[in-house]
Design a protein around this ligand. Structure first.
Ligand code: UD1
Length: 434
């Protein structure tokens, strides 16, 4: 378990070149299985989630060479279609592999991903979509077994624009016979990135970024070199860092248009926001102002993955803000942790009412999930004194060297490893609640 000690009180300033997108890299790595030639990927973030995806690809027989953020994945050697239980349990997005493994091997056997920290996260839309493509699916003993010698293109209507289901169906449809049309598809920029990668490999996909994605099945793709898009959630997190610490942060090598809902919130809060080409600068102009109402929605709405970090900012804003979470049903666990730091908030079902306080104070808090953990790091940097974030390894799932990035901007995060034994001892001595 990682423990981060965050020292608050400094205004963070400087420039950060943003990492590649986790949520684009993961389905693209799954797509590597569709192509029986080596593929080169650039800008793949070095984070726990991509490391776990690579371990799964290796366990299926792929050869992977990595040099920093550049990768070569060769799936010619892949033979397996059974996803390893422990690794897949750690990485929910291994579910994307169902579509690509099925398309490649005509069979896929995966553990059921189950719930997670931010909600139930069912996969009915993924499975119904695959069934529409003529896959046969059996669910028993916590596993999903799919078979399909003759996947066929079909019309798939998603009841909800699920990002993962859209991507999974796109992957399965690439090598199916005929045309697949996904209606009510998710429109997230990562889906456009997946389409661009698939097209670079010779597959025929169009419409990503709109609610209708059309895939013409092709027998086989070919190798390609592709650069993964910048991470819009990490971009947003570092911009919020500038805002919450009263600093001046510029994020470069990004796609500013993918964070425009956040930029308008930052302007409403009184920050000075400047966009120049592929960089965005946020300068704080003093204590942020509260914002009236924000609700998370599928793209182009305000992203659920930035809700916890915005929550942290509003916790120190002047006035009362209202934040509604529409995408996941259990994504306010950071609210309780922020209260330990002196924040004032009330949760009514899916809505948080946040009354900003002038100053948070350091406390012992727990990162329950990736983005909630990032929100605690932001709050800790704005607080008086030291904040100890337990289970910070959850933050490391998605942020590349976040502690070093923040320290380079003038913040202070010290990272320690804490063993289960040490944690138990601290509970025994009353330092931590039982
Ligand atoms: C992806 C992102 C995640 C982001 C989310 C929403 C990746 C690796 N993860 O997750 O960071 O927070 O999009 O932008 O890209 N749902 C169902 N049935 C399904 C699938 C989803 O009911 O079969 C529901 C979910 O429970 C949730 C909602 O749909 O309430 C959105 O989920 P979805 O868009 O699928 O998110 P993910 O793809 O899991």
């Amino acid at each position: 378990m990682s423990l981060w000690v965050v020292r608050g009180g400094s205004a963070l300033s400087g420039t950060v070149s943003v990492q590649g997108s986790k949520n684009a890299a993961l389905p693209i790595l799954a797509a590597a299985l569709l192509v029986e030639e080596p593929i080169e990927l650039l800008n793949v973030p070095v984070i726990r989630d991509t490391e776990n995806m690579l371990k799964i690809l290796r366990s299926l027989g792929c050869t992977v060479k990595r040099e920093g953020t550049a990768l070569i994945v060769d799936s010619r050697t892949a033979t397996g279609f059974t996803l390893p239980t422990a690794l897949s349990g750690e990485l929910r997005s291994s579910i994307f592999l169902l579509g690509s493994v099925l398309a490649r091997f005509h069979a896929a056997d995966a553990p059921y991903p189950g719930g997670c920290e931010i909600g139930n996260r069912p996969i009915d839309l993924h499975l119904n979509g695959l069934k529409r493509l003529h896959a046969r699916i059996e669910e028993s003993g916590g596993r999903i077994r799919c078979t399909g010698d003759d996947l066929k293109g079909a019309a798939v209507d998603l009841g909800y624009p699920s990002v993962g289901a859209t991507e999974n169906i796109m992957l399965a449809a690439c090598r199916a016979d005929g045309t697949t049309t996904i209606r009510n598809a998710a429109c997230e920029p990562e889906i456009v990135d997946l389409q661009q990668f698939l097209c670079a490999c010779g597959f025929c996909v169009q419409g990503a970024g709109t609610p209708t994605v059309v895939i013409e099945g092709v027998k086989k793709g070919h190798g390609a070199s592709y650069r993964v898009m910048p991470d819009r959630i990490v971009t947003g997190t570092y911009l919020l860092l500038g805002a919450i610490t009263g600093g001046d942060v510029t994020v470069t090598d990004t796609q500013p248009e993918t964070v425009d809902t956040l930029l308008s919130r930052l302007s409403e809060c009184g920050c000075l926001v400047t966009v120049h080409g592929d960089s965005v600068r946020v300068r704080s102009s003093g204590r942020p102002r509260a914002v009236g109402f924000t609700e998370t929605r599928p793209y182009p709405g305000f992203p659920t993955d930035l809700q916890p970090q915005l929550f942290a900012l509003l916790s120190v804003a002047d006035g009362t803000s209202v934040l509604t979470e529409n995408v996941f049903e259990n994504r306010f666990r950071h609210a309780q942790e922020l209260k330990k730091m002196g924040a004032q908030n009330r949760i009514l079902d899916r809505t948080a009412i946040i009354t900003g306080v002038e100053r948070l104070h350091g406390a012992e808090v727990t990162a329950h999930d990736l983005r909630g953990g990032a929100a605690l790091a932001l709050a800790g940097l704005a607080a008086e004194g030291d904040t100890r974030i337990r289970h910070a390894e959850r933050i490391e799932r998605g942020y590349e060297r976040m502690d070093s990035v923040i320290n380079a901007l003038g913040g202070s995060i010290t990272r320690k490893e804490e063993s289960i034994g040490e944690e138990k001892e601290r509970r025994r001595t009353g330092e931590l609640p039982v």
